[in-house]
Design a protein around this ligand. Structure first.
Ligand code: NAD
Ligand code: GLY
Length: 350
């Protein structure tokens, strides 16, 4: 006996991303703002001056990637249960990517899913993490290994929040901006080459272009069946660097910047990119004080760590390689020897 369950409904998860001064927001429901003490100390007053709701609660979790875990998720869930949140209630993620990923994950599981809104406060979360509905948390096996695709109802990107961002965090966000340009948008890359992102108006334009690029990619491939994996450009190498340095030496975006240079060198060896194009990317990263080199002590072990990457299988490793500037290729056909050559060169020159 066979029973078929028909699930061919098309669900419209479309939403708007506003890049501007935060508008006044009113909710006829219960709302919880999830944040951390640092962001709350700097900006909660401003946020509260823009938000009203039937009932409004603040949930604070400790600051840091090490707290993007089950304990913090439980803390948020408990608060929602205690305040009797229901399926019409709303979460607001107010912070960087850590808060965004974790609040989104809670929204995806609380009573099997409630709405949430992203109000990102770091450059990295404004141009990347808040857009596209990837949510999650870490566990002892690794980063972002638990999660769900759960799109926010809307995203409000107010560049004003960036005025308090430390320089290194700003640079880490720039790396993700450069990632969007190199992989998908040559004109944007050329804009970045001549732009001064320390100028707020120029920065707002760059945020817009990065978000437009990511929104297009997510619209094409929401659940990462193919194209969206290209947003992991620089990450395959970067994750190994983060892993080797125990997540202490580099911010994520900083490791991704070095990873992009490694991916470019691989692409140059495969004749996908010219040396001059690779240099242009390096120069752009250096303009924002991002390191572009890293001493690989043991190339063999570096290579083996690629197998921990979510895109890898037991037998093959997927690399995201630029084709010139503005196009990209996802391939598992680089050949171990060619990649090892790139890694050994990093063993010499740093
Ligand atoms: P983060 O959230 O840890 O923020 C970095 C630091 O800046 C924190 O100490 C934070 O409290 C502080 N901060 C936040 N806003 C500030 C402000 N306006 N002024 C001063 N300080 C401020 O890190 P992040 O770089 O924003 O995000 C990294 C996280 O994002 C990682 O967990 C990563 O896995 C995730 N991520 C997710 C996606 C996605 O698509 N979901 C994409 C990229 C990254
Ligand atoms: N940051 C990669 C993605 O959203 O797919």
């Amino acid at each position: 006996m066979l029973v078929n369950i028909s699930l061919q409904r098309v669900v419209d998860n479309s939403y708007d991303i506003t890049i501007d001064t935060l508008p006044k927001l009113h909710f006829d429901t219960k709302v919880a703002i999830v944040t951390n003490p640092k962001v709350a100390g700097l900006h909660l007053g401003y946020l509260l001056s823009r938000i009203s709701a039937k009932e409004l609660y603040i949930i604070t979790v400790p600051d840091g990637e090490e707290y993007k875990n089950q304990q913090s998720v439980d803390l948020i869930l408990e608060s929602l249960f205690n305040h009797r949140f229901n399926r019409k209630s709303m979460l607001i993620a107010f912070g960087g990517g850590v808060i965004g990923d974790m609040s989104g994950y809670v929204a995806s599981i609380y009573q099997r899913g409630i709405d949430f809104i992203q109000i990102p406060t770091t450059l990295l979360s404004q141009v990347d993490a808040s857009v596209g509905g990837k949510t999650g948390m870490n566990n002892s096996y690794g980063k972002n290994l638990i999660g769900a695709f759960h799109q926010p109802r809307s995203v409000y990107i107010d560049p004003y929040f960036l005025t308090t961002l430390p320089t290194r965090e700003f640079g880490a966000g720039i790396a993700e901006v450069v990632k969007m340009a190199v992989t998908f948008n040559k004109d944007f890359f050329e804009f970045l080459e001549s732009a001064d992102l320390n100028n707020p108006a120029v920065l707002q334009e760059a945020i817009k272009q990065a978000v437009q690029t990511k929104a297009w990619v997510v619209g094409e491939d929401e659940k990462e069946h193919g194209l969206r994996a290209a947003l992991n450009y620089g990450h395959t190498f970067g994750h190994v660097i983060e892993n080797e340095t125990k997540y202490k030496k580099f911010l994520h975006g900083e490791a991704v910047a070095i990873g992009m240079v490694m991916a470019n060198n691989t692409a140059v060896k495969m004749n996908l990119m010219s040396k001059e194009e690779a240099l242009r990317v390096e120069r752009l990263l250096q303009k924002y004080n991002l390191a572009t080199t890293y001493l690989i002590a043991d190339a063999e072990s570096f290579y083996e760590t690629f197998y921990l990457d979510k895109k890898s299988s037991d037998t093959s490793i997927k690399f995201i390689l630029p084709i010139g500037i503005g196009d990209v290729k996802i391939t598992d056909e680089c050949g171990r020897e060619l990649v090892m050559e790139v890694l050994r060169e990093f063993g010499k020159k740093a």
